[in-house]
Design a protein around this ligand. Sequence first.
Ligand code: XMP
Ligand code: MG
Length: 183
Amino acid sequence: MDAADISADLEHVLRTADQIDARVAELAALIDADYAGRRPVLVGVLNGAMIVMSDLCRAMHCHVEVDWMAVSSYGSGTRSSGVVRILKDLTVDVAGRDVLIVEDIIDTGLTLSYLVHNIATRGAASVRVATMFRKPEALNAPVEADYVGFDLPDEFVVGYGLDYAGRYRNLRDLATLAPHVYR
Ligand code: XMP
Ligand code: MG
């Protein structure tokens, strides 16, 4: 397998790796300024947030702790239902802590809404959200992201941590898939 194998499956590159890197640096600067003098717990939502977490936390200069949750949304097909099962819970006790949830993408926002409430219930001092990508429907969601990398059209995207059937997470760009992949 060489690099041509993965790019042959793509239709449009919506954001290049360079554009994403530049935007991550901007978000990191905003977050650093907002959390100055504090030590937030960055909570990544597995598996999609693995790439943005590793880039974002290294672009930041304030002290952080990093932790992870894995959740699965019950629902039919690819739609979120908002009923969430925790597959991997936090290791850090977030009571009294400033928590920043780090997401790859927000679509309906139902998963995120569950997570924000769940973490708030544990007594976190504050709960904010950073997401690299946001789809149009997220604007109707019950929770808002505090830091957003890019707003996207309502298309299924892969790369930069996002997958289709487990693949394409390692693509550095963000892209749509060619129709032949779905057949
Ligand atoms: P909700 O709808 O609860 O779900 O905001 C967000 C989760 O849905 C997944 N998702 C995508 N995954 N390409 C993907 O690879 C997409 O275009 C896409 N849209 C939503 C993703 O897991 C996200 O955390
Ligand atoms: Mg996800």
